[in-house]
Design a protein around this ligand. Structure first.
Ligand code: PA5
Length: 473
């Protein structure tokens, strides 16, 4: 898919007090006061490029050989299979979902095979038994390729799916079942790498320093995208272009840095503890999900890097324009002053749909005739922005001139950089997720795993107060 290689634009007018009013907006003076902190945050991220958990910063630049291999394997998958199924969760699933939804036909799986030119695409990022059963109702495993994605190579959800699918493949395909599995995992750690080597699966590595939620531009996202015919080189090129815009330590020249600083001020000074990402385009709907994980898991921490107790983070949530104007907007305009709304706007949609003339006897309906859905969605975005403005609420708009691989690459990189900078400003480790680990340990303890760490967790869980019948209705 060819697309215009134009920059995405961050418009923060409606964040600023000189536009939305002094009571709730961010004062430009506050940004000035944070200039040094912003410069230090940018330098800290930049100086550690490629080190520790900042390996993801190199992904737009260091994957020439891997891109070639991905394209080769993707071509083979496109030729051999009717369905391509990602088995993964969290950072190993949200990116592939978001990119596929953004860049491919929105009813990809419903298209006739010759129009798709590639397999149907599924991402199974939950272990709901009904969902797995229903997947097995609609795919033919003998004609399916499964991409098992897990950085740790140990995630219970993904490895359970692996057990189910490999068992089915052995039964239904028999000899050569291994050719239906592609593993994407760490090159050394975890069980999946050992299984992959033992069984001889096609293998892709998630490089060192690339955590789950920062992995979309690694084989985690590139292989599924390439299988669906997406131009992964343009995606990486877009990310590289955004990376160049992030070279500046000047908050007014680096969009991701400005984003981090404004959200930081919004959180600290205006108690805007919620950020609603609201794309006005179905194609960007799951970009909001991907962002929510990135922002939440990276910044929601109870300790600073120096060990001070805090409860940091801004709750990201998603809405879809215009759909949620009829569901959430009432709250956004009149509810608590605790939110920033981030619109994702599309400059030019890939389709134009005219609204037919008619209903002349009903002037308000007839008025719509002769306009287009494109005009209507644009007008509704402007209307919502205005409604928030008049209610003194903060919003900002990220415009993608069009949705293509290049602009999506920029958007991914923009949010990743903003998250890394925000981690610096909040002084938290943006790359771990200890709060998630506790739940994993507790689940295994509940299942009765007898390894010492699970037994310890089971004992700890017994200390919880007895649940009371009076609270059961
Ligand atoms: O961002 C993260 O690291 C997590 O959300 C992981 O992606 C998620 O827990 C899945 O982990 P894994 O890829 O190891 O299966």
């Amino acid at each position: 898919m060819e697309g215009k290689k134009e920059p995405i634009v961050l418009d923060v007018n409606h964040m600023m007090s000189d536009i939305v009013g002094f009571q709730y907006g961010v004062d430009a003076g506050e940004v000035e006061m944070m200039k040094d902190a912003a410069r230090a945050a940018q330098a800290a991220v930049e100086n550690n490029r490629g080190k520790g958990w900042l390996g993801w910063m190199d992904l737009p630049f260091n994957q020439t050989a891997i891109v070639e291999k991905i394209e080769k394997v993707a071509a083979d998958v496109r030729a051999r299979f009717d369905a391509f199924i990602v088995l993964g969760i969290g950072g190993s699933a949200l990116g592939p979902i978001a990119v596929q939804q953004a860049l491919n036909h929105q009813r990809w799986n419903d298209l006739p095979a010759e129009k798709r030119g590639g397999p149907k695409f599924y991402v199974e990022d939950n272990i709901d038994p009904e969902r797995m059963a229903s997947l097995l109702d609609v795919i033919d495993v003998k004609r399916s390729c499964f991409n098992i994605i897990t950085k740790s190579g140990a995630t219970a959800e993904t490895m359970s799916q692996y057990l189910i699918i490999s068992d089915l493949l052995k039964k239904e395909v028999g000899e050569g079942w291994q050719k239906h599995i592609i593993a994407t995992t760490d090159s050394e750690r975890g069980n999946l790498i050992q299984l992959a080597r033992q069984e001889g699966f096609e293998l892709f590595f998630i490089p060192d320093g690339v955590g789950g939620r920062f992995s979309e531009l690694s084989p985690v996202g590139l292989l599924p995208a390439a299988v669906c015919g997406i131009d992964i080189r343009a995606m990486l090129e877009g990310a590289a272009a955004m990376d160049r815009r992030c070279k500046s330590g000047d908050v007014w020249k680096n969009p991701a840095l400005l984003e981090a600083v404004l959200q930081y001020i919004a959180m600290e000074d205006s108690h805007a503890n919620v950020q609603v990402v609201m794309p006005y385009a179905d194609s960007l709907k799951f970009m909001a999900d991907w962002f929510c994980q990135l922002w939440a898991e990276s910044l929601g921490k109870n300790v600073t890097r120096k060990g001070m107790a805090v409860n940091n983070g801004q709750t990201p949530t998603k809405a879809l324009g215009v759909t949620d104007q009829h569901s959430q907007l009432q709250l956004y305009t009149e509810g608590p002053y605790d939110k920033v709304i981030t619109f994702l706007k599309v400059g030019t949609f890939r389709s134009e749909v005219a609204i037919a003339h008619g209903c002349e006897a009903f002037p308000d309906v007839a008025f719509l005739g002769g306009k287009s859905l494109n005009q209507l969605i644009d007008a509704e975005l402007r209307g919502t922005e205005y409604a928030l403005y008049s209610a003194g609420r903060m919003s900002q708009t990220i415009t993608l001139p069009e949705v293509n691989a290049y602009t999506i690459g920029q958007l991914l990189c923009f949010f990743e950089m903003a998250t890394a900078y925000a981690g610096e400003l909040l002084d938290v480790d943006a790359f771990n997720q200890p709060g998630v680990e506790n739940s994993k340990l507790a689940s295994y303890a509940v299942l009765g795993n007898t390894s010492p760490k699970y037994l310890r967790k089971a004992a700890e869980m017994k200390d919880r107060p007895e649940l009371l019948k009076k609270y059961l209705l």
